[in-house]
Design a protein. Structure first.
Length: 217
């Protein structure tokens, strides 16, 4: 890979996301714009506008690479067509800064978490909020979930738990908070960082088990 020295980084990047195919790098800035470059040679591809001049604190590509979601410090969510840069939807409902996103595997749903611990699940076909729930914590970590049985792994205040987008009560709890949570590609399996190690969690039946712990030292 060639050295990556993208031009025009004076907009102060606050968030970054890499497309699933590894071909593009996008960054959200303090000026409310999202800029995309080629990961191969640093060529500037396009600039996406929000027209709000609000910082983009969260940025995430969908798992199929179709969409790019950006979230501001005031809770607005912008959904762009990742290839063309066209603004597709603006999702409103959060009252705090957006800190985490998770797309369903098909790219038709988006889970968003804000700084007050509120999580929302959106139907991207019509822009409607399907469900809202309060994690009662400062932070909520959203992880990818499957379309047929939508599960989300949340974490805050020293514990983690599994929520379903289709049910009103948590499915199970796990003693230990995780950060930087990501899906392992199959429904009910996640990896996240906890203090000085990484934990792999699997949801089986009605329990959430840490099957593997890998020290980061």
């Amino acid at each position: 890979m060639s050295d990556f020295y993208p031009e025009m980084l004076d907009f102060y990047p606050l968030s970054v996301s890499v497309s699933p195919d590894g071909g593009r790098i996008s960054s959200g800035g303090r000026d409310g714009t999202v800029r995309t470059w080629s990961a191969e040679d640093g060529t500037w591809i396009h600039r996406l506008e929000t027209k709000l001049d609000r910082p983009i604190w969260a940025l995430n590509y969908s798992t199929d690479g179709r969409w790019l979601a950006g979230g501001t410090d005031e809770g607005q969510i912008f959904l762009w067509n990742a290839a063309s840069g066209t603004l597709v939807r603006r999702l409103l409902g959060h009252e705090n800064w957006i800190r985490a996103f998770a797309f369903s595997t098909s790219g038709s749903r988006l889970a968003s978490a804000d700084g007050s611990g509120v999580m929302r699940v959106w139907d991207l076909e019509n822009g409607m909020c399907m469900r809202t729930f309060d994690t009662r914590g400062d932070l909520a970590a959203a992880a990818d979930y499957d379309e047929t049985s939508p599960l989300l792994l949340l974490s805050s205040y020293g514990e983690s738990w599994v929520e379903s987008a289709n049910q009103t009560q948590p499915l199970t709890y796990f003693p230990g908070a995780l950060s930087e949570v990501s899906s392992l590609g199959s429904n009910g399996a996640w990896v996240g960082r906890s203090y000085n190690h990484f934990a792999i969690l699997r949801f089986e039946g009605k329990s959430l088990e840490a099957s593997t712990k890998v020290s980061s030292e």
